[in-house]
Design a protein around this ligand. Structure first.
Ligand SMILES: [Zn+2]
Ligand SMILES: [Zn+2]
Length: 163
C-alpha cells in the first residue's frame, strides 16, 4: 500500500485543483489565491480544506484506491471550500454557496460524502453485541474492554459483549 504520493500523481492532483480555481475565476471574474497542497491526510478522510491557511490535504492511501473519485469529486470538493471562504468568508461549510460552486461552476454533484474504498485505512474490527444489535469495535476499544473498560450501547443502554 502506497503511503506516499509519487511526483507525477502530485502534479496531476494540483493540476486538477488549478483547473477548478480557473473555472471559479472565470465565473466570479476575480482572482483567487491558489491553495497550498499537502499529501499527508490520514484516517478515513479523503481530503480536507484548511480555510485560514488556504491549504488542502489529500490522503495518499485513499488516492491510490480511488483515483477516479479524487478527480471527479474530492479535488473539486476541497477547492470549492477554499473558493467559498475567499469569496464569502465564514459561511456554512456545505451551504448554498458551496453547493452552487460545485454544481454551477465545477459541474459536479454537490455530494458531502464520497463513496470511497477505505479498506486500506480501516483497521481490524471486532464483533460485539448488546440486546438490540451487533456492533463493530475498533482494536483500540477492543483492547480497552480487555483491560476492563465497558461500553454501553447508545440505543438500548446495555453493555456490549464480545461475540
Ligand atoms: Zn466538505
Ligand atoms: Zn443496544
Amino acid at each position: 500500500m502506497r503511503t506516499l504520493l509519487i511526483e507525477t500523481d502530485k502534479k496531476a492532483l494540483v493540476a486538477e485543483g488549478e483547473a477548478c480555481f480557473t473555472l471559479a475565476e472565470r465565473f466570479f471574474n476575480r482572482t483567487f489565491k491558489r491553495a497550498e497542497y499537502l499529501f499527508n491526510q490520514r484516517g478515513k478522510a479523503a481530503g480536507s480544506a484548511h480555510l485560514q491557511r488556504n491549504l488542502i490535504k489529500f490522503n495518499p492511501i485513499l488516492f491510490y484506491q480511488n483515483q477516479d473519485t479524487f478527480f471527479e469529486q474530492v479535488i473539486p470538493h476541497e477547492v470549492a471550500h477554499l473558493v467559498v471562504f475567499q469569496a464569502y468568508g465564514k459561511v456554512r461549510p456545505h451551504g448554498i454557496e458551496w453547493q452552487n460552486i460545485m454544481k454551477a461552476i465545477f459541474k459536479r454533484p454537490a455530494l458531502t460524502t464520497h463513496n470511497l474504498n477505505i479498506d486500506g485505512v480501516v483497521g481490524q474490527q471486532f464483533d460485539y453485541a448488546c440486546p438490540c444489535r451487533q456492533h463493530k469495535l475498533t482494536i483500540r476499544r477492543h483492547n480497552k474492554i480487555l483491560k476492563g473498560e465497558r461500553y454501553l450501547c447508545r440505543y438500548c443502554k446495555e453493555f456490549l459483549k464480545s461475540l
